[in-house]
Design a protein around this ligand. Structure first.
Ligand SMILES: [Fe+2]
Length: 643
């Protein structure tokens, strides 16, 4: 049946639409409020319509092979994911031989009786099959965990992985490419007077900068060559518990990392200074600043026994902090929670005949189901994230929740976000280079699609008229307004999505939801396997406080890293999350749309995506292997947030 707006329908059709919406609001009921996440529009129970049953893992090109007979779709999803994790762990972790039999027994048990209890038993067993459960004092022993890891598509091999170059590239091509911003001279002054007393003394030692004549930070800022990743927002997070009987300590830092672009013929981003926390505002107690070229600084290939490892510790601290911020905001909050809100309101407020429902539907598939699974197993107290991440899980959830409803969400649209961060002069920033054309393609697609149904401004205004059955108005109200739904549900916070008054406003909001559920989630999810699976490169927790600059030995660095059991658990989780791609952006099911008037918009969208794919392939072909960025190739972007 063709799509339509309710005010253009006959009275009998309008009645049918209202009946459908009434039923939807019964099916998609909001959950009872929880203290941590009452603003999230979570379902009271997972509706039957929300299923993974027909989803195909397009990364392997075949349907998932393991189909346990669990009652819920989410249970099937969970079992499938965990079944794959057996093989991932075997392939990439160093399994302790004397317990390999236990692992196999757990696998058999799960295959025979694929209940969630046995899935939990597998997880409990997993932590016991790694090399050791303690902290290794030997870099080789610890790093042997990753002996096969370079096969997983990493950014470099061996010691190269721990270089300043790879560290800097994480900020522009890793899992969290949305924090780095240009430092202006006023910003530099503000940092200096508020706890980061960096001076030009950093140019007294030999470095790629002094070798090219750099002596002055202001000059670099004036030349658009000074950048920062500022994670001071993490200072409000507290450390998580470590479980009964564990002597492991966890630390949450809030670092500021300064970077600069070299002035030579091969301009590249490199870190120049790191401060690990900013909690103490007393100038007498400002935290030390670590720089890469301190005397006796550890470099790979150098003397590991007599060198100073504090720069390595500082870089590792930044990677850990970046991961915490990335997971609570960019991943859980921005991709999963935000899209969940869009899914609930879209399902509740539109009839299936509405064009906004039709265009959004493919991009909301599976989000409620994966979030339901995640609330029960990933971000719950005692769950996966609680087991391997530094911060308190309650802080993690609350930070995700608050960040979403306190953020001006339209400032996250790529052209706006990139302009705010002033990053156009960065010489290598593939996330930027791919995100903008993808945003433009989605925005254009939404405009072409919806313009069929809103030929005049009056059509939009009628659809916004809640009092007269305007479905768009109901959707917008429920999405953006603080809703007090009574004591059984509580107050749901509205999303800050600006105003909806014009057709352009509508196109922007709908495009933002589609971009977030597809492109943004892909940008922050799939690099996890390549980076976060290696806890020596990107630990989710660290176990020691700030070291002493110039006086930090290898043993301290090893103690700073998470215990091996934590590291293997982290590896397993991150491999899983990056291993599934159920759909591809722009590849719609044959029966996805029921109105021939949108065919040309879809064809144009698919053509635009193909052109972007070719552009990315050409770019990557001209780059060294370690710099190729493939996460936002349209073939690698699922339609929705579903893993
Ligand atoms: Fe995800």
């Amino acid at each position: 049946m063709p799509y339509s707006l309710s005010h253009n329908d006959t009275a009998s059709d309008r009645l049918l639409r209202q009946q459908e919406i009434s039923q939807s609001k019964t099916t998609y009921r909001y959950s009872q409020a929880e203290a941590d996440g009452s603003h999230i529009r979570a379902p009271h129970s997972l509706p039957d319509a929300e299923s993974f049953g027909n989803m195909v893992d397009t990364s392997t090109g075949s349907a998932i092979e393991y189909q346990p007979q669990l009652n819920s779709a989410v249970g099937k999803m969970a079992a499938n994911v965990l079944f794959h994790s057996f093989f991932l762990t075997r392939n990439y972790a160093k399994v302790r031989h004397d317990t390999l039999g236990d692992l196999l027994a757990l696998e058999d048990q799960l295959a025979d009786d694929p209940t969630l209890d046995n899935i939990s038993a597998y997880y409990d067993g997993l932590a016991s099959v790694v090399t050791s459960a303690g902290t290794s004092n030997d870099t080789k022993e610890y790093l042997d965990l990753y002996q096969n890891w370079s096969q997983a598509g990493v950014r470099g091999k061996g010691s190269e992985l721990y270089s300043d170059t790879v560290f800097a590239n994480q900020a522009v091509a890793g899992p969290c490419p949305t924090v780095i911003r240009k430092v202006t001279i006023p910003m530099l002054d503000a940092y200096r007077s508020n706890g980061l007393p960096i001076t030009d003394d950093i140019f007294l030692a030999a470095s790629p900068f002094t070798q090219n004549g750099d002596t002055n930070l202001e000059t670099m800022a004036a030349e658009d060559r000074l950048y920062v990743q500022d994670f001071s927002m993490l200072s409000s997070l507290s450390s998580g518990h470590t479980g009964a009987g564990s002597d492991e300590k966890r630390f949450v830092f809030s670092p500021i990392a300064l970077y600069a672009v070299t002035a030579d013929s091969n301009p590249r981003l490199l870190p120049i200074a790191i401060q690990m926390r900013q909690n103490d505002r007393n100038p007498d107690h400002w935290d030390p600043i670590f720089v890469p070229h301190m005397p006796n600084a550890m470099v790979y290939g150098g003397n590991v026994n007599t060198s100073d490892w504090s720069w390595m510790v500082a870089k590792t601290c930044v990677s850990c902090s970046s991961q915490i911020y990335h997971e609570y905001f960019e991943h859980l909050g921005r991709a999963h929670f935000l899209v969940e809100s869009a899914s609930m309101t879209t399902n509740r407020c539109f009839s299936s005949r509405h064009p906004v429902y039709a265009i959004l539907k493919p991009h909301l598939e599976g989000t409620l189901a994966i979030n339901d699974f995640g609330r029960d197993t990933l971000v719950n107290n005692g769950g996966t994230v609680d087991r391997y991440m530094s911060c308190r899980i309650e802080d993690f959830r609350q930070s995700a929740a608050k960040a979403i409803y306190q953020t001006d969400l339209l400032a996250l649209i790529p052209p706006v976000d990139l302009a705010n961060r002033a990053v156009d002069a960065l010489p290598y920033y593939p996330y930027r280079d791919d995100a903008v054309p993808l945003w433009n393609a989605i925005h254009s697609y939404v405009g072409n699609f919806l313009s069929v149904f809103y030929p005049t401004a009056a059509d939009l205004q009628s659809d916004l008229d809640r009092a007269n059955g305007g479905e768009l108005g109901d959707w917008w109200y429920e999405l953006t307004t603080d809703l007090d739904l009574g004591s059984s549900v509580g107050v749901l916070k509205g999303l800050n999505l600006g105003s909806l008054q014009t057709f352009d406003d509508l196109v922007t909001v709908v495009a933002f939801i589609i971009y977030t559920s597809s492109v943004h989630h892909a940008a922050v999810n799939y690099p996890q396997g390549d980076y976060y699976s290696n806890a020596s490169l990107c630990p989710a927790t660290v176990s020691r406080p700030t070291p002493i600059p110039g006086e930090t030995n290898k043993a301290y660095y090893m103690e700073f890293l998470p215990p091996e059991a934590q590291a293997t658990f982290q590896m397993n989780q991150m491999m899983i999350l990056a291993s599934f791609q159920f759909t591809r952006l722009g590849r719609f099911e044959a029966d996805a749309f029921s109105d021939a008037r949108v065919d040309s918009a879809i064809a144009q969208f698919q053509s635009d995506l193909a052109a972007i794919g070719t552009q990315i392939e050409n770019r990557n072909a001209a780059l060294p292997a370690g710099l190729r960025y493939h996460y936002l190739h349209p073939n690698n972007i699922p339609q929705s947030t579903n893993i």
